[in-house]
Every structure is written in C-alpha cells, then in structure tokens.
Design a protein around this ligand. Sequence first.
Ligand code: SF4
Ligand code: SF4
Length: 337
Amino acid sequence: MAKPKVAFYWCASCGGCEEAIIDLHEDILKVAELVNIVFWPCAMDFKTEDVKNMQDNEITVCFINGAIRTGEQEEMAILLRKKSQLIVSFGACSQLGGIPGLANFWDRESIFASSYGGKCPSVDNPDGVVPQEVSEVPEGELYLPRFYDTVKTTDQVIDVDYYLPGCSPAPYLTMQAITTILSGDLPTKGSVLAPNKALCEVCSRNDSKPEKLSIDKINRVSLVEIDPEKCFLAQGIICMGPVTRSGCNGENDGRCIAANMPCRGCYGPPSEVHDVGAKMIAALASVVGLEGEEDMSEADVQKLLDQIVDPAGLFYRFSLAKSHFRRKIMTDSKEEK
Ligand code: SF4
Ligand code: SF4
C-alpha cells in the first residue's frame, strides 16, 4: 500500500519549528518509515512546481509553520491547502502570529523606514534603497514577493484542520500528532493538539500562587534574585501561566518555569480564553491589592501599571495577530492587507 504523503512548509518564522522536526531525533526515522515526505524545502531540494504538479488532496497532511507576512507565503499556503487533505498549523507564529506578529504595531512603510532608512546604526544605505517587488537588471526583471502591512495567522488565510502550539512545539506532541493523524482516528476539526488546561494547573509552584496579589512593585527577571520555589506572580514577576495552555513539558512544570523563568505564553491560550492579553490583564486586575486593604486606590493601581515596561509586547507577545485588536491602525497607511 502506498505510504501517506507528508509536507512541511516554512513561512514567517525564525526556523525553530524546522528545528523542532529535527528534534524528533531518531523518531524521525520512524516517521520516514511510515510516510513519504513529498515537500520540505528547508531540508530537501523541492520546488514549487513539484507541488503544483500534484493532484488536489494528494498530500495526506501538511504542517505549515510561521505566520503569513508576504504574498509568496500566502500563495504557498493556498496552494498547499488545495493539495492537502489536512493542514496542521504548526507552532506559535502559524497559530497566533507569534513574534513576527508583533510587527502589526507598525506597517510596511515604517518597518522599511526603520530597517533601511538610516535609523538603524548598522545599515549603510545613503540612497535609502528599499526592497522593490520588480527590479530591472541587464538580464531582465527580478521579482520579490509583496511584503504585507499586516502579519496574518495561517487560519486567517486558509482553512486549518489542527493546531500544534508552542515556540516551538514539543517533539513528543509533534510525534503524537503525526501518529494520531496517521491512525485515521482524527480529533475534532479545529482541535489544538495539546492538553486543554492552564499551565498553572501543572505547575509545582501553584501552591504558592497568591489568592490576592499583594504587591506594590512589578519586578523584572533581570533585576531581582528569583526564588526557585515560589510562584512568579507572588514575587511580583508577570508570568503568563494562568492564561497559557500546558503541555510544553508534558505534565511537568513548563519548560521556562523549570529553568526558573516565568512563562511568556508561547503555547497560546486554553480553549476558553479568546484573547490572551485581555484575559491576563483581567486576571491581574482581579487579584491585585495591598496587604490588609480591600481595594487599591486608582493612583496605586496606576503606579503599579506604570512599572510594566512594554505591556503590549508582554501580554500579546505571541498572540497579537490573533487578538481582538489584531493590529495597530495606521491612519496614514496606503495599504491595509
Ligand atoms: S503563575 Fe506561573 S509560576 Fe505561578 S503557578 Fe502559574 S505557571 Fe506557576
Ligand atoms: S513555559 Fe510558557 S513560554 Fe515557556 S515553553 Fe512553556 S508555554 Fe512556552
């Protein structure tokens, strides 16, 4: 019997999700025994034409990592959707926009101005040349894909069947997803293939998580000595555990918590949370208070909030493109895509 066909594709991401496939270690040999990898441009020399020449639905399952930043990525996502029975949105950037999604605080013009316009000290570009979609050279025309104003999640461009969360997805979850899909016993469409409970629920520091967050100072990890036993929130350090899905380290402490660092939220929200940042702000607002006092004064709350450096980047670090806000509205943008 012919083996199922599997494809992997890389859009706007750091490449860590490609590493996550390599992190399967010897299990990758088991995958290779079970399937034919028919498209994986990062690892092997496949061409777009190879995909175009396939029948519709010929690929059993395609894993797409990275957000959609350019016209080429959008075209490839649409093409792979057409050629695949199942699409798995792989990793935080594909699922939620991830770190590339933070670019939605700007638009193409301001990003180009910052990267090529002389504001960046390491750039020497006296003529202010910016990337062009078409360039004339003696040999003919050269093309670059369109760079969109707005970073999109995979499911904002194509229909997605499953999501594998994380920056990057844990190898055991990837292997579990592959074997589950190949077994034919498919989970409900739209499922996130990781446990549906918050990280706090599996955290060994949960017992020290305060009912009432009695702090008058927000601490930054680089500026304080961190108690390795105590909940980060009890130490005045923002930890996204209450609004983040568990599974990054099995049923154990999150990978970051185990390394004595607060969770930054890369596994995205459990299913009941729709907007990570809003939920975390609400969670903090509902517990914050001073010892022995019913409520903090407005001035005290403001004083506390003022200590959060880059609140948008903190609360929406991985999820801005998928949030209710999605992007900052730039009134002078020429294009809104
Ligand atoms: S807030 Fe962070 S440190 Fe505290 S219990 Fe939750 S995951 Fe653990
Ligand atoms: S602890 Fe949080 S930020 Fe760290 S890997 Fe797990 S989900 Fe991601």
